[in-house]
Design a protein around this ligand. Structure first.
Ligand code: HXC
Length: 261
């Protein structure tokens, strides 16, 4: 896919992308690489992470860590810094999710998703701030969702977690803005080919979801990559604290089921 942006738009930038071994995180990492950045990818599945990094080329380094573990996160950031230089751009894309009615969800199930999405995002932001953002400025991009804008059944855990992520985006934008750190987010809708889609819309549920999207198609991973490139680039230099929805109008269309779509 030919980019609408200059191929050197992110030249000289060092990015760290959690969840960069697969799905939207990988798409963002690939888009950054295609625009000249160097990228450290963080993930829990060491084999998948190493394979992804090898496929993405020499400007991409794998740094295995579970974002729930602050010490492992710190070690991963140190490894990426040693390999590529100080980190300017941080993308929190690691997430966990499954469909479960609240009445059947165990406290540990709720805690696990909060821990990956919300605590993980904070752990990575905090470690990056100490290592480079405080002194050099930079950009944090948090991958959120639209689940919590209205209410999404079977998603109390992920909705709470992504609401927390949005709160982190806004609060850090205010606290760290004076130091030259922009903090932004994207809220993807249903994106084809992601683990989220296969978990949340399995089988014929996919057709139903499609009917509820005003643009009548699923989003593509590369569209999330393009949006991420824009948001971390100078083109977005006055945007901070904002989470951009990229869902084909899906969440706005929620009420249209009353009118027959
Ligand atoms: C109910 C479940 C469950 C399920 C796990 N649990 N799966 N409860 N229904 N389907 C419960 C377990 O029973 C356990 O509680 C607790 O959650 C922790 O489970 P573990 O398997 O021990 O956790 P772990 O190995 O750390 O795995 C984390 C995970 C897993 C989130 C549960 O699914 C995972 O690794 N996912 C990563 C990838 C992923 O989910 N990607 C999709 C993101 S989609 P008990 O009480 O039994 O101990 C996304 C998009 C949102 O974020 C927006 C879309 C539009």
């Amino acid at each position: 896919m030919k980019s609408i942006f200059r191929s050197d738009l992110l030249a000289g930038r060092v990015a760290l992308v959690t969840g960069g071994g697969s799905g939207i995180g990988r798409g963002i990492a690939e888009a950054f690489l295609a625009h000249g950045a160097s990228v450290g990818i963080v993930g829990r599945n060491v084999e998948r992470l190493n394979a992804a990094a090898a496929e993405m080329g020499e400007r991409c380094v794998p740094a295995p860590a579970d974002v729930r573990d602050p010490k492992a996160v710190e070690a991963a950031l140190d490894a990426v810094t040693a390999a590529l230089g100080p980190i300017d751009v941080v993308v929190n894309s690691a997430a966990g999710n499954f469909l479960a009615p609240a009445a059947a969800l165990s406290p540990n199930g709720f805690r696990t998703v909060m821990d990956i999405d919300a605590n993980g995002t904070f752990n990575v932001c905090r470690a990056a701030f100490d290592r480079s953002l405080r002194d050099r400025g930079g950009v944090v991009l948090n991958v959120s969702a639209t689940l919590h804008y209205a209410a999404t059944p079977l998603q109390v855990h992920a909705s709470a977690a992504k609401a927390a992520v949005d709160a982190i985006t806004r609060t850090l934008a205010v606290e760290w803005g004076p130091l030259g750190v922009r903090v932004v987010g994207i809220a993807p809708g249903p994106i084809d080919g992601t683990e989220g889609m296969s978990r949340l819309a399995p089988g014929d549920a996919k057709e139903r979801v499609l009917g509820a999207i005003p643009l009548r198609r699923f989003g593509r991973i590369d569209e999330m990559g393009t949006l991420a490139v824009f948001l971390v680039s100078e083109g977005a230099s006055y945007i901070s604290g904002e989470t951009v929805v990229a869902d084909g109008g899906a969440w706005l269309g929620t009420a249209s089921v009353w009118m027959g779509g």
